[in-house]
Structure formats: C-alpha cells, structure tokens
Design a protein around this ligand. Structure first.
Ligand SMILES: *Cc1c(COP(=O)(O)O)cnc(C)c1O
Length: 345
C-alpha cells in the first residue's frame, strides 16, 4: 500500500524544527570540547552521550540484520509507543485500534495523549479476528496496535491475519514483538521493508535480560524512524546504557542458551500445572510466561505471597477471568513454585 507518511503526521510535528544539540552539530573527533557547557572533570561521565547512538545502532543492526536507518532506540519500548502517539495522533480527535486483552502501556500512552482506544476482543483462545480489527477502523484511526506474542495471553497472533491488517489499513500498524526471541521464526522483521506502514517493537528487557538498562527498539521505514528521532529527547539513552548494552550484546550465544533453558522449563511447568485440581486450563504460549486459568485466582495469589512467591493476578482483566500469569523462572525458582503449589493439594 502506498502511504504518504507526511499526510498521517500531525501538522505541528510536520512543521517543527528539532532541537539541535551540541553533539548533533559536531560529532567527530576533537582534542578540546568547549561546545556543550560540560564540566571538564569527572571523565567519562562529564560528557553528554551520543544522541544518535551510532555505535549501538550498528551493533543492533548486525544482530537484527536491519540497516541503521531503519532502527530507533529508546528508553525501553515504552518510549517509541509514546512517541508514535505524539507524532501521529491529534489529541481529542484521533483514535487507535487495539486488541483486548493486551499490554497496558498502549492504553496509558493513549490516555496521556488524550487519544481514544477502540478495543477489539480476541477470541476465546485469544485468537486474532483480523476482519473485526479492520472493521473497527474509521477515518480518524491512525494506528493499530498488535502484540505478538501477546501479553498477557502468551500466544503469537495468526501471521496471515496480521499480514492482512498491515496490507489493508491506511495508517500505521505496530506489532509489539517484546517476546519474539522466544519464537524468532514468527517475527515480521524479515519482511519489514515490504511495508511502509509497519512498525515493529522489540526490547532487550526480556530474553536478553536487560530490563534494568531500559533499552527498546523500533524498526520501521526510514521516514518513520526519522520522525521518531526528531521528537525524542536528544539524550534519551545514557552513556551507561549505551556502553553496557554494547558489552552485553557481544554475547548473543548467552541469550540463546537462556532461551533454550527457559523454553525447556516452560514445557515442564505446563506439564506440571495442568495436573493440579485447581487449574482449569493452561493457555498455549509462545513467550516466557504462561496464563493459567484457575478456580480461585485470588486465593492462590495470596497463598503464594505468603510463601514469598509473586505471580501476576490477571483475573480482573476482561477475558482473563480466573487467570494468573506466571513468568518462567530459573529451574530453581520454578521448583520452589511447584513445591508451594503442591502444598495446596
Ligand atoms: C515487557 C513488554 C515490553 C517491554 O517494555 P520495555 O519498555 O522495553 O521494557 C513491551 N511490550 C510488551 C507487550 C511487554 O510485555
């Protein structure tokens, strides 16, 4: 679909002139930097970080096999979510369409920006209804948010359904792939360049084990990346984040090994969980957590808290009645959970 990104943009964003930082205007090597009112002492923390994050982007580009002009790096993936609203959605006027249930941050970012969210329920097994999504769109719909694998249900959404939405919608489609490292074959990243309106979100917070560093990614056409880069805080990633991530990204094998252990543990946990009499159903999952439907979610949650084990009570979320969401931990942590649950039988 041919899409004029500029026409989708809010007028004020289209015409704004971005803040130009000292490090934007001169980014080469020099002996003496007297351009940014930095303190000459306390190296290296006295210097502002690279606002374009070139080194880190090059490394991410190698790992993900994406040119750096198609990469945005943010303070978690929550940052690009918020920036997309601010760039494309006119407060009090535009709307976005999203699935239900899903990740809570789309709603928070929408509320912050005074944008309506039109929710389309997933099916009884949390399957995507692509026709219902497309039917919910109106002329003021700027973005469709999909999440695959979905949080809190855990399942990857139907690939063809998502493809039909990307191809059938005259606006942006965001596919949040926060959990994609647990099912890499389901990613839309390999076909990114086929779609001008596709934004793929990924993160280093889950499989890569860097939630504390706050580093998320958006992949999209260079027009969209340029817009997000224009409106972000100039120094959105600290020196610490950029340096530490560069160091940790050197060891991709470590991440792959973690994923292997977690997936094995997930299989084991599902086998154990389905046998408990208080468990009604364990939903199929493509992520590092399972959604478990139980007879007494509050009771089980409280009991586990007393055992010093914290899971997520999702039972008040629509379509998640009775459900607890349980992250897959280390073999030791999972054994502790099983021990505790055995005490309920
Ligand atoms: C955990 C999660 C994220 C990650 O957010 P960060 O800000 O990158 O830590 C994004 N989307 C979904 C659906 C998540 O569950």
């Amino acid at each position: 679909m041919i899409l004029d990104i500029n026409q989708l943009l809010r007028e004020n964003i289209r015409t704004m002139k971005p803040y130009s930082s000292a490090r934007d205007e001169f980014s080469g090597d020099a002996a003496v930097f007297l351009d940014a009112n930095e303190n000459p002492y306390n190296s290296p923390w006295n210097r502002y970080p690279d606002p374009r994050q070139l080194k880190l982007k090059e490394r991410v580009g190698e790992i993900k096999n994406v040119p750096i002009s198609n990469i945005f790096l943010g303070n978690g993936s929550d940052e690009p979510i918020d920036l997309l609203f601010r760039a494309f959605c006119e407060p009090g006027k535009d709307n976005v369409v999203s699935i239900n249930p899903t990740y809570g941050m789309y709603r928070v970012a929408a509320d912050t920006n005074n944008i309506t969210v039109k929710l389309v329920n997933l099916g009884s097994d949390f399957e995507l209804d692509a026709d219902a999504i497309l039917a919910a769109v109106n002329p003021n719909t700027k973005i469709i948010f999909l999440c695959s694998p979905n949080n809190p249900s855990g399942n990857a959404l139907d690939h063809n359904g998502m493809k039909r939405i990307v191809e059938g919608f005259h606006g942006l489609v965001v596919i949040d792939e926060a959990y994609i490292d647990f099912c890499p074959e389901k990613s839309f990243l390999p076909v990114l360049e086929q779609y001008q309106n596709l934004v793929i979100l990924q993160t280093f917070s889950k499989a890569w084990g860097m939630a504390g560093l706050r580093l998320g990614m958006a992949f999209a056409s260079f027009q969209i990346i340029e817009i997000l880069s224009r409106i972000k805080y100039p120094y959105n990633l600290s020196i610490l984040t950029q340096q530490k991530a560069l160091e940790l990204l050197d060891d991709k094998q470590r991440m792959i090994d973690w994923v292997e252990v977690i997936l094995k543990e997930r299989t084991k946990m599902v086998e154990v969980l389905v046998k408990y009499p208080f468990v009604i159903k364990v939903y199929p999952t493509d992520a590092n957590f399972v959604l478990v439907k139980t007879h007494d979610p509050r009771g089980i949650y409280q009991y586990l808290v007393e055992e010093k084990i914290i899971v997520r009570d999702r039972s008040s979320i629509s379509l998640c009645e009775g459900c607890l969401r349980i992250s897959i931990g280390s073999p030791e942590e999972n054994a502790i959970l099983i021990d505790a649950l055995d005490g309920l039988v």
